[in-house]
Design a protein around this ligand. Structure first.
Ligand SMILES: *Cc1c(COP(=O)(O)O)cnc(C)c1O
Length: 430
């Protein structure tokens, strides 16, 4: 049993000061029934808590840390940027450089606007689509999470699923009245929605690879179908690539699957571990954004120089040959190893989903294809697996409905420790 005194003390203090003791709900470990550990520092693939326990980290700050913790080049450029001032409220060359990288790497993006979070990116993209089309309705999919803007908090996956809340309190029904929610991976449902509301639909927003109900990849042809249906109806297709952007391929899921959206939302990896989001797309659509057009969207700290610097270094490293092949090989080997560990532990009803460096261990007998099938997974068994892994020094996402992220910093010895621990943890979750 690992030491936990300092963590427990700090957590107790946190609960007196922060709602639920955290600044983002899933961090509270409620879905897995454990006590949160308070982090002291991270390096490479590893995290240390305030009691000195060491962990192999598969959360990676929920996706951003594709280079691992405290990558020397990222740390160095942040330090150098900080010495020149931390924010100016005026344009810097760093923004232009990161924009050049983004437009060069992401196939459909000709112009990009930087914001401070994925939530801001999706909220702004929806506003933009409504302005561009002059229509009000948007289509989203059950179990896809697009940040916590009011209109998008309907059947929104992980954080919400984890807490078992149908929706958020405080969101007026009128704010989600223009949001049509459909099952993921269901082309007939999309056709029916366009038949019924075609002329009123401004946009379809989708996670091209769903990663907020656990990992649920698109069925073959699904994204192509969304592209064709939106095009026919004069609606925009918005890919929320906040997770998949720079994670699945240099140009995200749109490059991986060869389907180009009109607008792309980015976040997580793009900031190299600092708070950055972005939305971008076709030049004629982006021309609607103020001050070149009438869609208002602004940010005091947007394009922050430290965050831009961290993003630039991260994307430059990711643009190197072979990076994504290496990530995919690691993800594949990890998934295979986990399947084998479950078999060896005679732990039935486990299926492991993997795509590139994203992996989810589902305690379900069938691989989920949408939110309804993902929800059949047994969160109680996942909780037992999670806690056994944590005690063995492997930090998994504290929810059945999240994704493990492999980074470029993960090493053979990390995987060996993970798989050795997994055999016992699967036995504990039988
Ligand atoms: C994390 C996430 C968001 C929200 O990003 P924040 O930076 O947490 O606001 C939006 N969309 C997807 C797909 C995400 O995974």
């Amino acid at each position: 049993m690992s030491k936990r005194e300092r963590s427990a003390q700090i957590q107790q203090a946190a609960e007196q000061l922060l709602p639920g003791g955290v600044d983002s709900p899933v961090r509270a470990f409620r879905a897995v029934g454990g006590e949160p550990r308070i982090v002291a520092y991270g390096r490479g693939s590893r995290l240390w808590d305030v009691d000195g326990n060491e962990y192999v980290d598969y959360v990676g700050s929920w996706g951003p840390l594709i280079l691992g913790h405290a990558h020397p080049s990222v740390v160095e450029i942040i330090q150098r940027a900080a010495e020149r001032g931390t924010s100016y409220g005026a344009t810097t060359e760093l923004e232009v450089e990161l924009a050049r990288l983004v437009c060069g790497m992401v196939p459909s993006v000709e112009r990009v606007r930087f914001v401070n979070s994925g939530t801001e990116a999706t909220m702004s993209a929806v506003r933009l689509a409504r302005a561009f089309t002059g229509r009000d309705k948007i289509v989203k999919f059950e179990g896809c999470y697009h940040g916590h803007a009011d209109g998008l908090l309907a059947k929104a996956g992980s954080g919400v699923a984890t807490l078992g809340l149908p929706d958020s309190a405080g969101v007026p029904a009128s704010f989600t009245a223009e949001t049509i929610v459909l099952p993921y991976n269901d082309t007939a449902a999309v056709d029916a929605a366009f038949d019924a509301h075609g002329g009123a639909i401004a946009a379809v927003i989708v996670e091209p690879v769903a990663a907020n109900m656990g990992l649920v990849p698109p069925q073959p042809g699904y994204l192509q179908h969304l592209r064709a249906a939106t095009q026919r109806a004069g609606a925009l297709l918005i890919f929320d690539e906040v997770i998949t952007g720079f994670r699945l391929a240099p140009g995200g899921a749109q490059m991986y699957y060869g389907v180009l959206p009109d607008v792309t939302c980015m976040g997580k990896v793009i900031g190299g571990g600092l708070p950055v989001g972005a939305y971008g797309g076709r030049a004629d659509v982006m021309a609607m954004v103020a001050p070149s057009g009438p869609v208002y969207q602004a940010g005091t700290l947007s394009g922050n120089p430290l965050a831009m610097a961290a993003g630039i270094v991260t994307l430059r490293i990711l643009a190197n040959d072979g990076v994504y092949r290496g990530l995919d090989l690691m993800g594949h080997a990890l998934a295979e190893g986990l399947r084998e560990a479950a078999r060896e532990a005679e732990c039935e009803g486990v299926t492991v989903a993997q795509l590139g460096s994203m992996v989810t261990v589902f305690f379900a007998s069938e691989t989920p294809r949408d939110y309804a099938t993902a929800r059949r997974a047994d969160a109680e068994r996942y909780g037992r697996f999670f806690n056994a892994m944590l005690d063995a020094g492997v930090w998994l996402p504290p929810s059945q409905f999240e994704v493990m992220f492999v980074s470029l910093a993960h090493q053979q010895r990390d995987f060996e420790q993970t798989l050795a621990s997994a055999r016992d943890a699967f036995a504990a979750a039988r």
